[in-house]
Design a binder for this molecule. Structure first.
Ligand code: NAG
Ligand code: NAG
Length: 232
């Protein structure tokens, strides 16, 4: 009698009651699937948060430790030979022997500079005089290093060309204006982290006394600051 009344209290679904084993068997794998889905969601959310945190830290570090560009100076220049033969032919030979001392300053407190490539060229009136390749190097934070490229040899200049005309004019002035360029490929290193690669060029315009002109040699060479590209 009591059990009959209990059955009446239950909601009526218009179906005979389902045996108790059947729903239990159906629910258990579903719950397990829900649990693993929830776990996956948690893991995904944790991963997303971790990535955002890493991004924010990297951005803050970058803003705080934004690298200043390198500074470069030509401190010295020895020109022991710079003459153009006037043999009357259409091309003249420019014979040269030039050594320049270029100091490169890394002003950064946090970043060391890794030089993957460092080479120097000298140009006169747009004509290339020579090329020097330096080995890979590491420059510590807040330090200065010096490179001393030497350019020796001869270059053919067209007799009526710009370089030959420039030579004639500058010989009279006692100083030759020579362009020394350094091409670099560098990475910045903060602790153990390497930056992307940068290619800041160093561009120096120097006026070097004509070795055959005692007045100019006595006046001497004036140290010159170079233009250096930003890290960008
Ligand atoms: C070039 O000049 C340097 C000094 O700067 C000198 O020692 C060297 O002997 C010169 N070389 C030639 C080939 O003239
Ligand atoms: C030597 O250089 C001076 C300037 O330093 C210049 O005035 C003079 O014309 C030059 N001399 C010669 C012979 O070219």
């Amino acid at each position: 009698m009591a059990s009959h009344e209990h059955k009446i209290d239950q909601p009526y679904y218009g179906r005979p009651p389902i045996p108790p084993e059947a729903p239990a068997a159906g629910v258990r794998p579903l719950a397990r699937r829900d649990a693993s889905y929830a776990l996956l969601c948690h893991a995904f959310r944790a991963l997303t948060l971790a990535l955002i945190a890493v991004g924010v830290v990297a951005l803050v570090l970058w803003l705080v430790y934004q690298p200043s560009s390198l500074k470069a100076y030509v401190d010295s220049a020895q020109l022991t030979r710079f003459d153009l033969d006037n043999s009357g032919t259409q091309t003249h030979q420019l014979r040269y022997n030039l050594t320049v001392g270029v100091s490169i300053r890394n002003p950064n407190r946090k970043q060391a500079v890794l030089y993957r490539r460092l080479d120097a060229v000298a140009l006169y009136g747009g004509e290339r005089l020579g090329y020097v390749d330096f080995p890979r190097a590491r420059q510590e934070r807040r330090s200065t290093m010096e490179v001393r490229p030497s350019f020796r040899g001869q270059a053919a200049l067209a007799g009526a060309g710009a370089a030959a005309a420039l030579f004639g004019r500058e010989k009279g002035e006692g100083f030759f204006s020579i362009n020394v360029k350094l091409h670099t490929r560098v990475r910045l290193k903060v602790a153990v982290v390497d930056s992307a690669e940068y290619r800041p060029d160093v561009d120096c315009y120097v006026r070097v006394p004509d070795p055959g002109n005692a007045t100019a040699v006595a006046l001497g060479f004036t140290p010159t600051q170079c233009h250096v590209d930003d890290f960008s």
